[in-house]
Design a protein around this ligand. Structure first.
Ligand code: ATP
Length: 234
């Protein structure tokens, strides 16, 4: 279980995250929602140490992550897929995938790759081709697959649906649901697309101006008309 307690962070004088707490359970998807600038990306970046916490703590299964250097986090079970789908365009799909295991200091085995190719058959088809020919959806699959190669307990996913066709979003979200169900993965999903995110999440946390406005189970949040109109945009 990932536990975030009273986390605050910012950029220079700009406070971006103010006293945020959440727990993301084993085998659950927790959606982090809110408008542009609400602090969603900063929350993920602070959990993974890319932004320094001003106060508060983060722990994974009771083990403190605060103060652990970012490059040591994969070995402790935390993987972060930032927004933007960054891949090394001049490497092949498989070479990009193999990079995922580096952070966890594990060797990538043929079985590891097969598991990713079973999850994303399109990556198997494209394995020896250069990553720059991939579509947006395929790139998103590649960056998720790459993160899974470190065998994380917790996957932090930032805006995976951005700019993708609705059909592709459904495909990726169904896959996440399967990973959570079958492998007990814990997912913290940051999304502007609140409707889709709540349709697959177990729980949700809504941020506004860096603070938690409400947290509840996903179905309750999705059924709250006032909340949807005020903060979720659907
Ligand atoms: P978006 O969906 O637009 O990415 P968000 O909810 O993820 O929004 P953040 O990107 O975390 O929000 O931004 C939270 C606040 O921090 C905003 O006021 C933003 O302008 C500010 N901010 C984010 N990144 C930086 C930065 N590198 N330097 C200064 N301020 C920043």
């Amino acid at each position: 279980m990932l536990t975030v307690d009273n986390l605050s962070a910012g950029y220079g004088p700009v406070p971006a995250l103010d006293d945020v707490s959440l727990t993301a359970g084993h085998g659950e998807i927790t959606a982090v929602l809110g408008a542009n600038g609400a602090g969603k990306t900063t929350l993920l970046r602070t959990i993974s140490g890319l932004v320094r916490a001003r106060s508060g703590t983060v722990s994974l299964d009771g083990r403190p992550l605060t103060g652990v250097s970012t490059e040591d986090l994969p070995a402790l079970g935390l993987a972060h897929v930032p927004e933007g789908r960054g891949v090394l365009a001049e490497l092949t799909v498989e070479e990009n995938l193999r990079l995922g295991a580096l952070g966890s200091r594990r060797k990538t085995t043929a079985a590891d790759l097969r598991r990713i190719y079973d999850l994303f058959p399109v990556l198997a088809e494209r394995g020896t081709g250069l990553a720059h020919v991939l579509s947006g959806g395929e790139r998103q699959m590649l960056v998720i697959g790459r993160a899974l190669l470190s065998r994380p307990k917790v996957l932090l996913l930032d805006e995976p649906s951005l700019g993708l066709a609705p059909k592709v979003v459904v495909q990726i979200f169904e896959l996440l649901r399967g990973l959570v169900r079958d492998d007990g993965l814990t997912v913290v999903l940051v999304e502007q697309n609140a409707r889709s995110a709540l349709s697959i999440a177990d729980h949700g946390v809504v941020l506004n101006l860096g603070k938690v406005v409400v947290r509840d189970d996903a179905a309750t949040l999705a059924a709250d008309d006032g909340l949807r109109h005020a903060y979720l945009g659907f």
